[in-house]
Design a protein around this ligand. Structure first.
Ligand SMILES: Nc1ncnc2c1ncn2[C@@H]1O[C@H](COP(=O)(O)OP(=O)(O)OP(=O)(O)O)[C@@H](O)[C@H]1O
Length: 384
């Protein structure tokens, strides 16, 4: 089932929850709606479901306008954060509920319903537990029952709202992989809401990043991570260091150091040479080789937490005004750079990968959202 959203706007009183959202969801796709709290993800999901009406705009399923199609005819399976299983029903009864309450003309024989419920419980790896009650399950198992129940009606679309939100980190991780496998088996068009960027990046074919009721960026997982369209998207997808820099003659400079080549052919229409902000993730900073250019820093502190070593460093030369005086660096604990991160040591860091944006103080956030100004990134093509 292909879903098309066209010009969707929704207002609650004076508050604009969604503003002119357009989106095509391909048949069989696993799409994540990602964004901070209050950005409109749930409202959009509820509009797709028909639980909420848009003030303006249309929802099409396979080209058919859903405006006059009642909820029960849309064949949608839902799973919400809090697994609302029926406490007094066994797992088999829970999963078969949607099939048992159909009107007689559409209802399958009891034996077929039972067989379907058992088949779905096997699919969600709960075979053998058909006669248990929800209170006899772990949180992760209950959420899998909720998914089996959503799948029982043979949905054309599966909508998941923070399906693993209430579970602990380890179980969430297991369920992600499991949901990915399940999706591959069923091929049902699936839209899921999350504010967990790791979950979205790991699970989805494509990601929609919502910001203040609008789509800040839509793309494949690699695209949004490698080429964030705005500082907001960059920030939302992980930790960031921001470094005030200058872009001149195809190269980005921090103070007197050239930190990366940047071709002037890329997107020059939206960014003039001059002051820029460089965004670099702590995990993309490494020690430069002797002949490489980079940023000279002094190590302030080091922290070891499990498999990651985190260091805080400050600029060795204060020749260039920095809005953020320290940088965070992250290394896998076995990385060969780790022994050189000693408190007080002076090091030269190279930026393995970075994004460049116009300085935020000059470009209002609103403009950045409507007119992305990413000018590019360089991996390994460092000047010097
Ligand atoms: N029924 C409602 N009445 C009034 N305001 C609402 C209603 N539903 C949502 N809102 C507001 O609309 C905005 C978007 O809400 P929505 O639930 O879609 O956000 P979200 O991105 O899903 O957030 P979260 O991650 O916190 O669930 C919020 O500011 C919310 O307070």
């Amino acid at each position: 089932m292909e879903i098309q959203l066209s010009g969707i706007s929704k207002q609650f009183g004076q508050f604009k929850a969604l503003n002119n959202v357009g989106l095509n969801i391909q048949s069989g796709e696993l799409l994540a709606l990602l964004g901070p709290s209050g950005s409109g993800k749930t409202t959009l999901l509820r509009i797709i479901a028909g639980l909420e009406n848009a003030d303006i705009g249309s929802v099409y399923f396979d080209g058919v306008d859903m405006a006059n199609t009642p909820l029960r005819e849309r064949q949608i399976g839902f799973v919400f954060q809090h697994y609302a299983l029926f406490k007094h029903m066994t797992l088999r009864e829970n999963v078969s509920f949607g099939l048992r309450v159909k009107t007689r003309a559409f209802r399958r024989p009891a034996a077929a319903i039972r067989a379907r419920a058992d088949e779905l419980l096997k699919l969600v790896q709960l075979g053998g537990l058909e006669d248990r009650y929800p209170h006899q399950l772990s949180g992760g198992q209950r959420q899998r029952v909720a998914l089996a129940r959503a799948l029982a009606i043979d949905p054309k679309v599966l909508l998941l709202d923070e399906p693993f939100g209430a579970l602990d980190a380890k179980v969430r991780k297991e369920l992600r992989q499991w949901l990915r496998d399940l999706h591959q088996q069923t091929g049902v068009t699936t839209v899921f809401v999350t504010h967990d960027q790791e979950e979205a990046l790991e699970l989805a074919d494509r990601v929609v990043i919502m910001q203040k009721g609008e789509i800040a960026q839509l793309g494949s997982v690699d695209q949004v991570y490698e080429q964030p369209a705005s500082p907001l998207v960059f920030d939302f997808l992980g930790d960031s260091n921001i470094i005030a820099a200058q872009w001149r003659g195809d190269v980005v400079h921090v103070g007197d150091s050239a930190i990366g080549a940047y071709p002037s052919t890329a997107n020059t229409a939206v960014l003039d040479e001059g002051a820029v902000d460089v965004y670099v993730r702590p995990s993309d900073l490494r020690i430069a080789d002797a002949e490489q250019a980079g940023i000279d820093v002094v190590v302030n502190s080091i922290q070891r937490t499990g498999p990651i070593v985190r260091a805080e460093v400050s600029f060795a030369h204060s020749t260039f005004a920095q809005s953020h005086s320290t940088l965070r660096v992250e290394l896998p604990h076995l990385h060969h750079d780790v022994p050189r991160f000693q408190t007080g040591a002076t090091l030269r860091l190279r930026l393995m990968q970075f994004s460049v944006f116009a300085p935020q103080t000059i470009t209002p956030v609103r403009e950045q959202l409507s007119a992305p100004i990413l000018i590019g990134r360089e991996r390994e093509r460092l000047a010097g």
